[in-house]
Design a protein around this ligand. Sequence first.
Ligand code: TTP
Ligand code: MG
Ligand code: MG
Length: 460
Amino acid sequence: MPVHARTKVPRCARDDIVFESNIVQRGALRSGCYNSASMSAAPHVPAFPRTIFHVDMDAFFVSVEELYDPSLKGKAVVVGGQRDERGVVSAASYPARKFGVHSALPLRTAAKLCPQAIFVDGHPERYRECSEKVFKVLTSFSPQVEMASIDEAYLDMTGTARLHGPPLKAAHKLHQRMKDETQLNCSIGIGSSRLIAKVSSAQAKPNGVLWIVPGEESRFLAPLDVRAIPGVGKVMESHLHQLGISRVGDLARLEESELEERFGKWGLALAGKARGEDAGGWFDAEVGADTDAKSISHEHTYNEDTADTSQLESTLMRLSEMVGRRLREAKFHARTIQLKLRYKDFTTITRAHTLPAPTQLDGEIFEQVRTLFRKNWKPGRQVRLLGVQASSWEKQAEQISLLEGGKQQRWKDALAVADRLRDKFGESSVSLAAGLRGGFRERTHENPAGLPGKGKTKPE
Ligand code: TTP
Ligand code: MG
Ligand code: MG
C-alpha cells in the first residue's frame, strides 16, 4: 500500500498536491498526481489526450561530479569554477540552494552567500557522456524523444499504456531504469501538453514524479507564480505585475484580446499557456519535430582582463577547436562564424562572417574568427570575454574542389584522431599549437546544440 508522505513537500509547497512515496521504490521517490476533488465540475477533457513526459535530471552537473567524488554527496556544492574566480555558477547542489545559490550567479557572490560550499571545476566531457546515457535510457522507453537541453527531454508516451501501464506506473519504471543505468536521480512531470509536463516536473523536484490528470490543467497552474510558465522572464514578469497579475490564474482570467493588444502574438500565446496549452513558440511542434539546434557556441571569461594579443588569439584558437569538435559530433557543417567580444566595461560586440563553403574544421573556423577579431578589436583595450559561435547548418559540405580535397581530407583525418584522444584523455589533452597559451579549464558556457536527440528521434 502506498503511504502518504506529506512531510516531503515539493519546493513550492502545494497543499493540493498529494505526494505519495511508493514503498516499492526507494523511499526517497515522491510520486503523486494532481486531481482536484471537484471532478464533477471538471472542464472539458479531450477524447484522446496526449501523454507527455518531461524528464529532467536533478542538479545534473553536481550529481555527475558526485559520481566521481562521492564525498560531495549531501554537501553544499557549486560547479563552474573556484570561489575567487570570475565567471558564473553552472550548477548548485540542493543544500547550496538553501543559501540562495543558483545557476548563473557570479561565483564570488555564491562564495559570499555560502562560504562553506565546495567549489568544483566543470567537466563538460563528463556531462556530455552522462547526457548520452540519459538519452539511451529514454529511447529505450519511447521512440519519440526530444532532448531539450543537456539534462532534460520530452517523451511522447501517448498510446504506450499496453506496454508500460498507466502514466504513473510507466514513470516509476522509467525513474528506476534511469537510476539503474546512470546512478542519477531525475524528476518526471506528466501532462497532456509539453507545457504542463515541463511545469509539473519542476513542481515534482527533487526526485519526484507528478502527473496532472487531464482536465485539471488550469486548476494546477492557477496558484503558480507567472514565472513558472516557460518563456516568462523578468521583463515580462514586471509588465504583468504592473497589470496586477502575479499568478497564472490571474493571467487566465484576462481576456485574450487584452493580452494580444498589449503584447501582440506573444500575448496570445501567453493566454493559451495560462490554460496549459502548447501555445506559441517551439512548444507548438510535436515531440521530436522541431529539433535542430540553431547554433553551437563556446565562450571564455578571463580571470583577469587582458589586452595581450597572443593570449587573446590563443583563446580564439581553443574556442574554435571546441566549436569544431561539437560540429563534428553533431555532423553539422556551419556556414556562418561569429565572434563575441566583451570589453572590461561590459560593452559587447558580435561580428559574423558567412563562408563561401560550409565547414567543420577548427583551422577554418579560427581563421575567420581571427580575421573578425583583428578587424574589430581595438588594440590595447582590455577584454573580459571572448566567444566563438557557428551557425547556418548544411548537412553535407559542398563539393570540395579536387585541389583542396586532399588537404581537407588530411585535416579531417587528423581532427578525427584528436577527437578520439580527447574522448579518452579529456578536452585539454590535444590542442593545435596556437591554442596552447589560451589553455583554460573549460567553463561550461555552451549552448545545448548538437545534443543527442536533436534532429533525430533514435540514437545512432
Ligand atoms: P537545470 O536542469 O536547469 O538545473 P539542474 O539540473 O542543475 O537542477 P534541477 O534540474 O534539479 O533544478 O540545468 C541542467 C544543467 O545545465 C545544470 O546542472 C548546469 C547547466 N546549466 C548551466 O551551465 N548554466 C545555467 O545557467 C543553467 C540553468 C544550467
Ligand atoms: Mg536538471
Ligand atoms: Mg534541465
